[in-house]
Design a protein around this ligand. Structure first.
Ligand code: SF4
Length: 374
């Protein structure tokens, strides 16, 4: 079994090789979607999609995030109680294939063969107990690593033994695949996955230490965005991060199960993608101010009573708003970079001479109490 540091080193090597890979000519301009955003190298579940989507991972560099397939996927895992903390997500082809009109295309056999060594190495590094394939292409891509006879229609929602692990074939969460397997049916597939996950147990499980999910996150975002004059999308993510940090310092556990990653300009909260916010917050106004996306939620809404959210969480949000609600984007950026989780990442980046963009922010463990250390 590999140590944590061996896994990190091997994954870094693989990521670098993938970034410079030019084996598939039509994918030369596509993002190589592999890196910290793929998930934990210690995740018990490894999920394999077909290829990054043009409007999703090819733009966000985050697997299954930003397009409709990503939205469905995130809703499915959340509804059964899984989070991105529990899974490592990759694709049979690491780059987005486009057709001659620039639309998403299916990866060709040669492209899946080209990328097969990367897939095999990811499986070896993560060493998951459960592998999930999303769609036929992903299921077939495994045959290039070790042959199997499983077909999707008969194999779905069942556990198979493959390559010394449990293999659970599922359908792709994209809209087209929903024609063949409805969202409700796919939800039952994810429930089956969750049961399998519970049976194998997991050291990596964090859901017991983190609290509520998207409805709580949306309520917090709504409260933050109800600041008079609106708030920039940038500031919303930073204030949410500061609230998580404040809550963690005072309670010793996370405020929500939000998946927060380090991006180029600081923390970014997956669950607060603008499309999700527009859906979740009724009456949310958005407008452009120069190059800043601004948001304004309705005022005078009793967010927390309505959403059944504990008072202590409400108090933390109030403290953060009082302290930073009027701060400029530049000030907020400075503040978040001075928090311990961000400083820890910066130190690691300096030591390894790498950037860790899209790496989940680890709040660590602390018994510190009280005010933010900034
Ligand atoms: S899909 Fe895989 S093999 Fe093809 S160019 Fe991208 S990284 Fe290389």
């Amino acid at each position: 079994m590999r140590t944590k540091s061996e896994k990190d080193q091997e994954f870094l090597r693989l990521t670098r090789e993938a970034k410079s890979c030019r084996l598939c000519p039509r994918m030369n301009a596509s993002v190589r979607v592999i890196g910290p955003a793929s998930g934990s190298l210690h995740a018990p579940i490894l999920i394999i999609g077909e290829a990054p989507g043009r409007l999703g991972a090819d733009e966000s560099a985050i697997p299954f995030h930003g397009d409709k397939a990503g939205e469905n996927f995130e809703a499915l895992i959340e509804q059964v109680g899984l989070t991105r903390h529990d899974v490592f997500i990759t694709n049979a082809a690491l780059c987005n294939p486009k057709d001659e009109n620039g639309n998403n295309a299916t990866p060709k056999g040669i492209e899946l063969r080209n990328c097969s060594a990367f897939l095999r190495r990811q499986i070896e590094i993560v060493d998951p107990k459960i592998i999930v394939t999303l769609g036929l292409q992903a299921l077939n891509a495994l045959k290039l690593i070790e042959p199997h006879e499983i077909d999707l229609a008969n194999g779905v929602r069942k556990s198979w033994q493959w390559h010394g692990r449990i293999l659970i074939p599922m359908y792709h969460p994209g809209q087209r695949a929903m024609i063949h397997r409805s969202f409700a049916n796919q939800l039952a597939d994810y429930q089956f996955l969750y049961e399998s996950f519970r049976r194998v147990g997991s050291r990596n499980r964090r859901a017991s230490t983190v609290a509520p999910t998207s409805s709580t996150i949306a309520a917090i975002a709504e409260k933050l965005a109800s600041n008079s004059g609106g708030i920039s999308y940038f500031a919303l993510h930073k204030l949410f991060y500061l609230a998580e940090y404040e809550f963690f310092r005072s309670h010793g556990r996370r405020m929500t199960a939000a998946y927060i990653v380090r991006q180029k300009d600081g923390p970014y909260v997956f669950e607060m993608h603008i499309k999700k916010l527009k859906k979740a917050i009724g009456g949310l106004k958005t407008w452009q101010s120069g190059n800043r996306l601004m948001l304004q939620a309705e005022k005078n809404v009793d967010f927390f009573a309505r959403s059944n959210i504990p008072k202590d969480l409400d108090l933390v949000i109030d403290r953060v708003l009082t302290k930073y609600g009027a701060a400029s984007d530049a000030e907020l950026k400075r503040v978040v970079y001075l928090t311990e989780p961000m400083r820890r990442i910066l130190r690691q980046e300096k030591t390894s001479r790498n950037n860790f963009f899209n790496r989940p922010i680890d709040f660590g463990s602390t018994d510190a109490q009280g005010e933010l250390a900034v």
